[in-house]
Design a protein around this ligand. Structure first.
Ligand SMILES: Cc1ncc(COP(=O)(O)O)c(C=O)c1O
Length: 421
C-alpha cells in the first residue's frame, strides 16, 4: 500500500462497524423483488405532503421575516421548545414541572439526542444498562462508542426481575466497577422491538430501586413511539413526571420523525439535570450548532395551529389497520400453528415474533438465507439482545409496505417458516 495515501484512523474510527440495517437495506436494493418487513420506515402514503405544503406556503407568504431560512440557535427555536413542552405535558398524568423550554434540546431526530446523551456520559469501557431486548441501533451506537451494553434481568413477560437486578449491581460493586455504570436506557412506550409499554407499577418500582442504590444512575427514557397508540395514550406518565424519579437525572427523548415527517428528522431531549444538558449542548454545538431551523419552524407552525393531534389520530388508525392486516395474514397462513407466538400490539410499528426454540433466525442462518431467496426480509431478533442472544426471535415492521406488499411479504415469511417447522 502507498504509505503516503494511507489514512490512519482513531480508535473510534477503527471500531466503527457497518450498521446492520443499512447493510440489509443495501442488500435489499440489489433485489428488486424483495419485500421488506425489516426497515422501521413509516408509510410514504400517509406522509403529510399537503399539510407541509400549506405550512410552508404560510411561512413564505405570511411571515414578514425569513429568519427560518437562517441559522437557528444551538438549543433549538425557543417558541418551538415551549410548544413541545406544552404538548407533551398534556399527556395523561403528566406533570408540567420538568416540561419546560429551558430543559428541552431540539436534535436531529431523537437518535442524535440518544447518541449525545451516551457520548457525554461514557468513556470506552463504561457500561449502560439496557432492556432485553432493546433498540438495536442504540446497541450498535454504544458499541461504536466502546460502551458495553449490559441487559437488566427480566422475566419472560418483560417485567424487571429486581432480585436479579440487585445481584447484578452487587456483582459490579464486588469487583469495584460500579463507577463504570453510567446510565440506564429504556424504551418505555410501544418499544422497539417488543411493542410493549413499561407499566406504571414497573416504572415506580424501578424508580424506587434506583433510589435505593448507593450510586447515581441517570435514566434515559426513549419514547420514540409514544404517539403510536391505537386507541388511547398509554396511561403511565413519563419518568419526568413520577415522584420516584424526581431526584434522579432523567433524559427523555421524543421525536417528530416517525409520527409526523420522517424526512424532517426533528426530535428532542428533555433533560432535568443542568450539567448533563449543558454538556450535551456543548457537544451538539461541535456537531452542528443547531438542528435545521426551517424543519423546526415547520413543526412549530403545526403545533401552533393545534392540528398535530388530528394528524396523529389519522396515522394511529392507519397503522392500526396495517398491524391488523399483518397479524391476520400471519394467522390465516398458519404461523401460530407451527410454534410461533406473538402478542398483538396496542401501538407502535412492530410485531415481535418468537419462533420455535431450536430455530436460528440470525443473519446468515439457513432460515435467513431462505427468506432472502424467497424475497422477504426481516430483522433477526438476536440483534436486539446485548448478550445472551436467543436466536429464535424476529422483528417484523408493518410501517412501510403498502397493504398488498404487506400481505405478500407475510405469506412469503410464513411459507419459509413452514419449511423449517
Ligand atoms: C426506539 C427508537 N428510538 C429512537 C429512534 C430514532 O428515531 P429518530 O432519530 O427518527 O427520532 C428510533 C428509530 O427507529 C427508535 O426505533
Amino acid at each position: 500500500m502507498n504509505k503516503i495515501k494511507q489514512v490512519r484512523f482513531s480508535t473510534m474510527g477503527n471500531r466503527a462497524e457497518d450498521s446492520t440495517i443499512v447493510s440489509m437495506m443495501s442488500e435489499a436494493l440489489t433485489k428488486p423483488d424483495l419485500l421488506s418487513l425489516a426497515a422501521g420506515f413509516t408509510d410514504n402514503e400517509i406522509l403529510p405532503k399537503e399539510k407541509i405544503t400549506s405550512i410552508v406556503d404560510k411561512l413564505f407568504l405570511e411571515s414578514t421575516s425569513s429568519e427560518y431560512l437562517q441559522y437557528g440557535i444551538n438549543q433549538g427555536r425557543s417558541k418551538f421548545r415551549k410548544l413541545i413542552a406544552d404538548f407533551f405535558s398534556n399527556y395523561p398524568n403528566e406533570s408540567a414541572d420538568y416540561w419546560s423550554a429551558e430543559n428541552i434540546i431540539v436534535t436531529n431526530g431523537s437518535q442524535q439526542a440518544l447518541y449525545l446523551a451516551a457520548q457525554i456520559l461514557c468513556d470506552p469501557g463504561d457500561i449502560i444498562l439496557v432492556q432485553q431486548p432493546s433498540y438495536f441501533v442504540m446497541l450498535e451506537a454504544l458499541k461504536g462508542l466502546g460502551v458495553q451494553a449490559v441487559s437488566i434481568p427480566t422475566f419472560e413477560n418483560g417485567n424487571i426481575n429486581f432480585d436479579e437486578f440487585s445481584k447484578l449491581i452487587t456483582g459490579y460493586q464486588l469487583v469495584n466497577k460500579i463507577g463504570r455504570i453510567k446510565a440506564l436506557y429504556m424504551v418505555t412506550y410501544y418499544a422497539n422491538p417488543t411493542s410493549q409499554c413499561l407499566s406504571l407499577d414497573e416504572k415506580k418500582k424501578l424508580g424506587n430501586f434506583i433510589n435505593s442504590l448507593n450510586f447515581s444512575l441517570p435514566v434515559i427514557e426513549d419514547a420514540a413511539y409514544r404517539e403510536f397508540y391505537f386507541s388511547e395514550p398509554y396511561s403511565a406518565p413519563s419518568t419526568l413526571s413520577l415522584a420516584e424519579f424526581k431526584d434522579l437525572p432523567v433524559l427523555y427523548t421524543g421525536t417528530f420523525t416517525k409520527p409526523f415527517a420522517t424526512g424532517l428528522k426533528v426530535g428532542f431531549a428533555c433533560v432535568t439535570d443542568n450539567e448533563w444538558r449543558n454538556n450535551i449542548l456543548r457537544v451538539k454545538a461541535h456537531h452542528d450548532f443547531g438542528t435545521a431551523n426551517f424543519n423546526q419552524a415547520i413543526i412549530e407552525q403545526l403545533l401552533l395551529e393545534n392540528t398535530y393531534s388530528d394528524h396523529l389520530h389519522s396515522i394511529q388508525i392507519h397503522y392500526f389497520k396495517k398491524m391488523r392486516l399483518l397479524d391476520e395474514t400471519l394467522r390465516s397462513e398458519g404461523l401460530n400453528e407451527i410454534n410461533w407466538n406473538w402478542e398483538i400490539p396496542t401501538g407502535g410499528l412492530l410485531i415481535w415474533l418468537k419462533g420455535p426454540d431450536a430455530l436460528d433466525t440470525s443473519i446468515g442462518s439457513e432460515f435467513y438465507k431462505s427468506c432472502i431467496e424467497n424475497n422477504v426480509i426481516y430483522v433477526p431478533g438476536n440483534l436486539c439482545f446485548a448478550h445472551g442472544t436467543p436466536l429464535n426471535y424476529v422483528r417484523l415492521s408493518y410501517g412501510a409496505p403498502n397493504n398488498d406488499n404487506l400481505v405478500e411479504a407475510a405469506k412469503r415469511f410464513v411459507s419459509v417458516a413452514k419449511t423449517f417447522s
